[in-house]
Design a protein around this ligand. Structure first.
Ligand SMILES: CC(C)(COP(=O)(O)OP(=O)(O)OC[C@H]1O[C@@H](n2cnc3c(N)ncnc32)[C@H](O)[C@@H]1OP(=O)(O)O)[C@@H](O)C(=O)NCCC(=O)NCCS
Length: 152
């Protein structure tokens, strides 16, 4: 990997908890001012998780999918955004969901991230709502979306 390259893989929460929590702490709690008590919930224990790491193995991004099919906690460190890390993580999560035969996939997108999820086949469902002080939009994967195997 060159210094700008990254790698995305599925990881176990029990093993990677400190690294995954640190990425989410920086992005949601420090940058977006999400209250701690909203950030940490009991879904992490049972969700499937991905981590993105840089060429030195440092955590730079994470995301999860619950066994109900909810994608969430998508976070990429600010200095790594707009380089395809989030998209690669999302494709990996969609692939993992298809392998686990999870039900219809959905997520609550921050309004600013709607175009990002749209590009990956999600469509808005219902009205905007406020969560942790941030406008959100429920989105659902289009039923006819195809899930290609991720490249990493
Ligand atoms: C939302 C988030 C996870 C996306 O991660 P990301 O790594 O920036 O995502 P990508 O790089 O794959 O795509 C983001 C944009 O970069 C562009 N992009 C993708 N690859 C690129 C590349 N190689 N070079 C330049 N631009 C690229 C995409 O077109 C996309 O455009 P958009 O801003 O119109 O959506 C990230 O912005 C984030 O952590 N935000 C803060 C937390 C947050 O809001 N989480 C979402 C909660 S719903």
């Amino acid at each position: 990997m060159s210094e700008l390259e990254f790698n995305v893989s599925q990881v176990q929460w029990a093993q990677y908890r400190p690294q995954l929590r640190e990425i989410r702490r920086q992005v949601f709690i420090m940058e977006q001012n999400v209250p701690r008590e909203l950030e940490w919930d009991d879904k992490d224990e049972t969700a499937l998780h991905v981590i993105a790491v840089d060429s030195e193995g440092n955590g730079i991004g994470t995301g999860r999918i619950s066994n109900q099919g909810q994608i969430g906690r998508m976070a990429v460190l600010r200095e790594w955004r707009n380089r395809g890390v989030g998209g690669t993580m999302l494709r990996k999560l969609l692939w993992m969901a298809s392998q686990a035969e999870l039900p219809t996939l959905y997520l609550n997108a921050q309004q600013s991230a709607i175009p990002f999820y749209r590009r990956h086949g999600f469509v808005p469902v219902g009205d905007t709502f406020i969560e942790a002080g941030i406008p959100h939009q429920r989105m659902q994967l289009r039923p006819n979306s195809t899930t290609a195997a991720p490249s990493t």
